[in-house]
Design a binder for this molecule. Structure first.
Ligand SMILES: [Zn+2]
Length: 382
């Protein structure tokens, strides 16, 4: 029978806590024994708003199967991530929408996939085609966000949480942002070289996020006026960062934390198929990519990155090392804060699924060994 209990220190309060569950649902969450080990922690699962593929599975495939999705979900759980936004990137519009329809249909047939795939993130094709700003997306496939396209995305996803990354300088983008927000989408700006005025107008129109700040832009920027300064100077945006030490230097990562309000930074992996899998050659849609032992995702012959090979929990530990703070302080940047941004709830609570992380902190190190439970069942490597 799927019932049990575990004890650990509560990740946020550090209080000894006993969590017990029946039939995969949390029945009790109560004070635990005082003599608990000091290094065992109970935490909610991580929530990743940008996952393009994982565990050897590329979500940008036309023939994605339920077995592929289950494999990726399992690998994500082993990396501490219990829920995520399945992310589809720029492709020909009919192809992109067909992929979204296919993934939504596969998810609708499986309770387990529904519990893991919280919703969708559409990154492209409403992005900047300019050199550097388009990143690994094909600039030839970029489109303006016509109202019927926004409506089509909404129709394909019903009432599911849906995040749209958009460059607000595209013709019609400000109206599209207003329409998207009216239809219940969340809008994040990204892959953009919008002016200060346009960014401000996009925020007025309802945009609330900025996707992977510091990436989706050229390596070299004007020191007086560039997309980083404009975004940091705009209040009211929740920015996502890729905390792998590769996409952002440690010093820029620290500076963004110093400059932005504490509640305004969330982390995403931007993971592609190689994450949670061995080094080798992988695809990201039409791109052939190489991933070495250094976990850098390279597009042969190019200098830009094309997604990451970052496992979500590893992102927390790397961020903790860069910021020189305990990993627990950063957990919310990939749990409560992004779930709140998407209008979801995330806490460990009675009557909610017994999906959680049990972490044993390694003495003297900034990381922890993870056990992951999905609806009361422990996820095991093999
Ligand atoms: Zn991107």
């Amino acid at each position: 029978m799927n019932s049990g209990e575990v004890c650990g220190l509560h990740w946020a309060t550090a209080r000894p806590t006993r969590l017990s569950w029946e039939e995969g649902i949390i029945r009790k969450l109560e004070p635990g024994p005082r003599e608990l080990p000091e290094n065992v922690w109970l935490a909610p699962p991580l929530f990743d708003m940008q996952v393009n593929g994982f565990g050897g599975v590329d979500f940008q495939r036309d023939d994605l199967s339920a077995a592929d999705l289950s494999r990726a979900v399992h690998a994500l759980r082993l990396a501490g991530c219990g829920r995520f936004l399945l992310t589809l990137t720029t492709a020909e519009w009919p192809r992109l929408t067909a992929r979204l329809a296919r993934a939504a249909a596969l998810r609708a047939e499986s309770e387990d996939l529904q519990s893991a795939i919280a919703g969708w993130h559409i990154e492209g094709p409403f992005l900047s085609p300019m050199p550097g700003f388009h990143g690994a997306h094909n600039p030839a496939l970029m489109l303006d966000p016509a109202p019927e396209k926004i409506r089509a995305l909404r129709a394909l996803t019903g009432n599911d949480p849906l995040l749209l990354t958009i460059a607000p300088e595209r013709p019609g983008a400000l109206d599209a942002i207003g329409l998207a927000v009216a239809l219940g989408l969340k809008v994040s700006l990204g892959h953009t070289d919008a002016s200060t005025e346009t960014i401000h107008a996009a925020v007025q129109a309802g945009a609330t996020g900025f996707t992977h700040l510091g990436n989706g832009c050229p390596r070299e920027l004007d020191r007086h006026d560039n997309i980083l300064w404009r975004v940091l100077d705009e209040s009211g945006l929740i920015v996502s960062l890729i905390p792998d030490r590769i996409h952002l230097s440690a010093s820029l990562f620290r500076l963004i934390h110093r400059v932005m309000p504490a509640e305004s930074i969330v982390y995403v992996s931007d993971a592609m198929a190689a994450a949670g899998a061995a080094p080798g050659r992988y695809t990201l849609g039409a791109l052939e990519l190489e991933v070495g032992a250094d976990q850098i995702v390279r597009q042969p012959g190019r200098t830009n990155f094309a997604g990451s090979a970052l496992r979500p929990i590893e992102g927390i530990f790397r961020a903790a090392a860069m910021l020189d703070v305990p990993w627990r302080e950063l957990w919310r940047r990939m749990s409560d804060l992004p779930t709140r941004f998407m209008g979801l709830s995330h806490e460990l609570a009675v009557d909610r699924p017994a999906t959680f992380c049990l972490l044993t902190q390694n003495a003297g190190r900034r990381d922890a060994d993870l056990r992951f439970f999905a609806r009361g069942r422990e996820c095991l490597t093999s």
